[in-house]
Design a protein around this ligand. Structure first.
Ligand code: MLT
Length: 272
């Protein structure tokens, strides 16, 4: 995987395929860019796909300093990566934490968006209970490492169909959750501090698709529906028998939604 240094931080990324409006895929917590393998396989024959490991994850740096992490930092690093690659506008897709970063990108670099896919995510910030849960997780990781967090989170990341019938998807997901304690703690702290982006939804003026698994318990379908209502013209795709990690649990549905939005961004594809 290639890497680039942005403001002193080394970022790993994947850059495959070619095409006019690349697709950028932002991963969930606590996974890494490689979770998008099924989408890269589907898109790269016809589209350029760029997939970073966000700061703290995968092969990217994971500083010890909590101040190094913020949704704004992830968004600005993606913009700097696009500058490095000579890319102006993109279709940006973010799942869960990747969606928080995508919403920050919207606010800070919105003119670079050709289309937006928000999957299994939410625009609102953490509730006090969610923030407390994350502080407890930070304490737990500092005390005992990441193993317990991985196992607890696996329960909620995947839907009950996947847990019951698709052990290979459970195993793949577990293998994608191997980031460093420093990165996991930094990202938890960044998520506590992330701003409420609800007010930004009304300003979105590019084709937008909201995706959610009908078994998603972390960002459930009613959250997705209210985001759809807030974004003018947004489409909602509810994926059956999938939990929070829709791209891994139901890649064929997810890829179809992506391919359709990419087609709309091609010249003559309905959006200019
Ligand atoms: C994720 O999948 O990225 C996380 O569930 C996001 C979160 O903890 O809010």
């Amino acid at each position: 995987m290639p890497e680039v240094t942005i403001d002193g931080a080394r970022l790993h990324y994947l850059d495959e395929g070619s095409g006019e409006v690349p697709v950028v895929l932002l991963h969930a917590f606590p996974l890494r860019g490689a979770m998008w393998a099924p989408q890269v396989t589907a898109l790269a024959p016809s589209t350029r796909v760029v997939v970073p490991d966000l700061l703290g994850f995968g092969g990217s740096d994971a500083p010890d300093d909590l101040g190094a992490y913020a949704v704004e930092v992830w968004a600005d690093q993606v913009a700097a990566l696009l500058d490095h690659l000579g890319i102006k506008r993109v279709t940006l897709a973010g799942l869960s934490m990747g969606g928080y970063a995508a919403l920050s990108f919207l606010r800070r670099h919105g003119q670079r968006l050709a289309a937006l896919v928000l999957a299994d995510t939410r625009a609102s910030g953490d509730s006090p209970e969610a923030a407390q849960r994350r502080r407890d997780q930070i304490d737990q990781v500092r005390r005992t490492g990441t193993a317990e967090l991985t196992e607890t989170m696996l329960g909620g990341l995947l839907g009950h169909h996947t847990h019951q019938y698709r052990p290979e998807v459970v195993a793949t997901t577990r293998s994608l959750m191997d980031s460093s304690p420093a990165g996991i703690v930094g990202a938890l702290d960044a998520m506590i501090r992330r701003p409420d982006a609800t007010a930004d939804l009304a300003g979105i003026d590019v084709p937008t698709v909201i995706v959610v698994g009908d078994e998603d318990v972390l960002s459930p379908p009613d959250v997705a529906r209210s985001m759809q209502e807030a974004v003018s013209g947004a489409e909602l795709v509810v994926i059956p028998s999938a939990g929070h990690l829709t791209n891994l649990e139901a890649p064929e549905y997810f890829n179809q939604a992506l391919v359709e939005v990419v087609a709309r961004c091609r010249p003559g594809g309905g959006h200019h």
